[in-house]
Design a protein. Structure first.
Length: 284
């Protein structure tokens, strides 16, 4: 995969694309060296996280040329590959919007480990990854973040193969879009992971938190999406919700706040994090 072809497909804004291209042109040797260490763990962090924001973005983009070949070797189509890779431009464009500079956050670097491991795929409007069921409770993670009953866990024992689904910033959650995405995911995993019997779609998200959903109308796409899932557990940690609702950390002076932003400012206790599943016995 050539850099110019990759840049043409990623969908960076013009300013970002020019800066990334120039950064690679000026110091490709150093970018290559950093890329070799990028996802090595050093002091409980990826080496790339210790680098400046622009270096993070440049190296991630540089690595995508290699990752293209790895995705392609699995038989993945160019459409799915580039749809998946455009998550990088989504995060980069948001970073530029909120910081007025080119780069990525440390959280972005951590998130892109899924692309680096060739284990996440954008299918329709949503992202999916092969996964093993995990419960974020004291028994599995050593912290009482959530609680689940033995009966709930018996539905999907820890380690059961599931498909983890993720919702990107600005995802179209209309019924048609979500239906199409789930259908595409079932077809994709049946074709590319035929030996694994996936028992459910799994989603850990603030979008599934029941107290918040009670305040949404029946026509809300978020509520309609959430109603597809059986919620197994939840907690009142609203950090993820606020990170999505206020990505620039500015909660004052919003000119045209959305309904959810208003609700979050007035009643933060209504926001949290939840675990939900859609059973898919018989799939794959």
């Amino acid at each position: 995969m050539q850099l110019e072809k990759l840049l043409s497909e990623l969908g960076f804004s013009k300013q970002i694309e020019e800066v990334v291209r120039e950064n690679i042109r000026i110091d490709e040797k150093q970018i290559c060296l950093t890329a070799q260490r990028a996802y090595q763990m050093e002091d409980d962090n990826f080496y790339l996280c210790t680098q400046p924001p622009l270096t993070r973005l440049t190296v991630v983009t540089y690595l995508l040329m290699q990752k293209y070949e790895e995705y392609k070797s699995k038989g993945i189509s160019d459409k799915i590959i580039f749809d998946t890779f455009r998550d990088v431009s989504l995060h980069a464009n948001l970073y530029y919007q909120y910081n007025n500079q080119v780069g990525l956050t440390e959280d972005d670097v951590w998130w892109f480990r899924h692309i680096m491991n060739v284990c996440i795929f954008k299918l329709g409007s949503m992202q999916f990854q092969p996964f093993e069921m995990i419960y974020l409770d004291e028994q599995q993670i050593g912290s009482p973040y959530m609680s689940f009953s033995d009966e709930q866990k018996s539905i999907l024992p820890p380690g059961t193969p599931v498909i983890n689904c993720h919702i990107q910033h600005g995802t179209n959650l209309s019924n048609n879009s979500v239906n199409s995405s789930f259908a595409e995911a079932e077809k994709f995993f049946s074709e590319f992971f035929p030996k694994t019997h996936y028992r459910a779609f799994l989603c850990y998200s603030w979008l599934l938190y029941p107290p918040m959903l009670e305040h949404l109308g029946e026509q809300s796409h978020i509520k309609q999406f959430a109603n597809r899932f059986s919620v197994l557990g939840s907690c009142n940690d609203y950090e993820m919700a606020f990170k999505h609702l206020f990505p620039d950390d500015k909660k004052d002076g919003i000119l045209h706040p959305t309904f959810l932003q208003n609700l979050a400012l007035q009643h933060p206790e209504l926001f949290g994090f939840a675990c939900g599943i859609i059973k898919t016995d018989g799939m794959c």
